[in-house]
Design a protein around this ligand. Structure first.
Ligand code: DX5
Ligand code: ZN
Length: 217
């Protein structure tokens, strides 16, 4: 398990001033910026795509953690490389299995970090075949699609199972992470924490990020 990483999710930002919010998160001490791309197909919500991420690149030097919640994400990888993504997470449920290994190889060949995500209904065994090709596994702790949902503590055995398998990469949890839920996720073996409402809903985002970091330690 590596350094604790706090990744505010721009899904909870102000979509009319995402650039300012990105810069604000950098000043507040965020480690990564989490960017939720949704297509209205893989999930029932639509957010933004590569052009918006490219525009944000001018506002911050933060590491761009791009969470693709789109069908057949392998079609769009080059667009996200060009937009300045540093890490790309594809959902294991979002394409046919034979497309996954080539897509992960392509991400790494572009010099980016590669990750697979699992929805709450997907067992972690589904990503095990690709673990050697992964820098990170994302364990969703809510159904993907919306911010502000309740944390699903029953997902934490998946985090522990990944560590029990010997996975030494980053394990990210996403959904419902707060000052109270983060401790159990960290204890299970997670080291990267996405937080939307807990950071953007706070009066002082810097204090919220510091509190998350402290409670994960
Ligand atoms: C949900 C997204 C999350 C979301 C988390 O599909 O993947 O990144 O922004 O929001 P909170 O922290 O409010 O649950
Ligand atoms: Zn996300």
């Amino acid at each position: 398990m590596g350094k604790i990483l706090i990744a505010p999710s721009m899904l909870s930002g102000d979509f009319g001033r995402l650039g300012e919010d990105a810069a604000r998160m950098e000043r507040a001490g965020a480690d990564w910026l989490h960017l939720d791309v949704m297509d209205g197909q893989f999930v029932p919500n639509i957010t933004f795509g590569a052009p918006v991420i490219r525009a944000l690149r001018a506002h911050t030097t933060l590491f761009f953690d791009v969470h693709l919640m789109i069908d057949r994400p392998e079609r769009y990888l080059e667009d996200f490389f060009a937009a300045g993504a540093d890490l790309i997470t594809m959902h294991v449920e979002s394409t046919q299995p034979q497309h996954i290994a080539p897509a992960l190889a392509k991400i790494r060949a572009a010099g980016k970090k590669a990750a697979l995500g699992v929805k709450p209904g997907t067992p972690v065994a589904c990503v095990v075949p690709w673990l050697p090709q992964l820098d990170m596994v994302l364990v969703m702790t809510v159904e993907p699609g919306f911010g502000g949902q309740a944390f699903m503590a029953d997902m934490l055995p998946k985090v522990a199972a990944l560590r029990a398998q010997g996975f030494a990469g980053i394990v990210q949890v996403d959904g419902g992470i707060s000052g109270t839920t983060i401790a159990a996720a960290a204890a299970a073996g997670a080291d990267c924490f996405v937080a939307g409402s807990a950071v953007f809903g706070a009066d002082d985002p810097a204090q919220a990020i510091a509190a998350l970091r402290q409670n994960a330690a």
